[in-house]
Design a binder for this molecule. Structure first.
Ligand code: R5P
Length: 287
């Protein structure tokens, strides 16, 4: 068995104690790229593990993963694909006529090429799981919350807060893992036409609590920022921010640091300066 990929692939190969094969990449000035799976012989069993590099365009990442999976498929490899961040996972429903069902289209790109598909905390909460989108490959959506819980310091008197409606599942899981009695979520509604966001708070008692924010991702940082602003009006103490995917567009990281958190961590599903929670043991367990 070989593990093909980048830095995360090397970590997985080490844990499985099998050969690691890097992808050598060349970029052209017009944005196209070429890569080579650096081996003279592709094994029958291959694990392909590739995460998005810092600042890399998500579409380039997706294309690279597709080309690699297709190359392995054409070489008759039985490929298990690990896509740590499920690109286009947000669009897991058609909200308005004429929109694409992007997450399903992405699943259909890889489904015929691989025997197993693993991802971490896919943003597909409007469907039960990612399983129905795959017809051929055995698909698993691994929770990244245990890796975050392990990376957090011991926090007494914690209130675990999900900053929007869907994040209640992650808040509940995190509360259980870190032994917090209190957890809950805010509600966030986005107007599909104007994009305007409204966040509302339930009747929580935050007084004297250490706030542990948990979400699947931070993109612009707006969701976490709004949640923290609202909660801290009600007497919270220390702030700990944790999220699985460090999408971190624009100045999101700066916005997070401006909130003055005691802890700011994400999982290593993408490269970033805060990617300290290691998901590779969870990935290896599911391979
Ligand atoms: C939304 O449903 C997600 O769970 C995240 O809360 C959201 O994508 C974060 O985006 P941003 O950081 O841009 O507010």
């Amino acid at each position: 068995m070989q593990v093909v990929g980048g830095f995360l692939g090397r970590m997985v190969a080490e844990q499985l104690d099998v050969d690691y094969v890097p992808l050598e990449e060349i970029s052209f000035p017009d944005g196209e790229f070429k890569f080579r799976i650096q081996t003279e012989k592709i094994d029958r069993d291959v694990v392909l593990v590739l995460r998005k590099k810092m600042g890399e365009d998500i579409n380039k990442y997706l294309m690279k993963l597709y080309f690699a999976a297709k190359t392995l498929h054409n070489a008759d490899a039985d490929t298990k694909l690990v896509m740590p961040y499920f690109a286009y996972g947000r669009q897991d429903a058609v909200f308005k006529t004429g929109e694409p069902l992007s997450s399903e289209y992405v699943a259909h790109l890889f489904d015929p090429l691989v025997s197993k598909f693993l991802t971490v905390t896919a943003h597909t909460h409007r469907q039960d799981s990612i399983l129905p989108m795959f017809k051929h490959a055995k698909a698993t959506n691994i929770s990244g919350i245990p890796a975050l819980a392990k990376a957090l310091p011991k926090i007494e008197n914690a209130f675990v807060l999900g900053p929007d409606t869907e994040s209640i599942v992650w808040a509940k899981e995190m509360a259980k893992l870190i032994g917090a009695d209190d957890y809950g979520n805010f509600d966030k509604v986005r107007d599909v036409d104007t994009g305007e966001i409204k966040v509302t708070m339930k009747d929580f008692d935050f007084e004297g609590k250490n706030l542990v924010l948990v979400d699947d991702m931070v993109s612009t940082g707006g969701t976490i920022e709004r949640g923290v602003a609202l909660a801290s009006e009600h007497g919270t103490k220390d702030l700990h921010i944790s999220f699985v995917h460090p999408v971190l567009s624009g100045n999101a990281l700066e916005r997070m640091f401006r909130l003055n958190p005691k802890t700011l961590i994400s999982a290593n599903t993408m490269e970033s300066p805060v990617s300290v929670a290691d998901v590779t043991p969870l990935i290896v367990k599911h391979l």
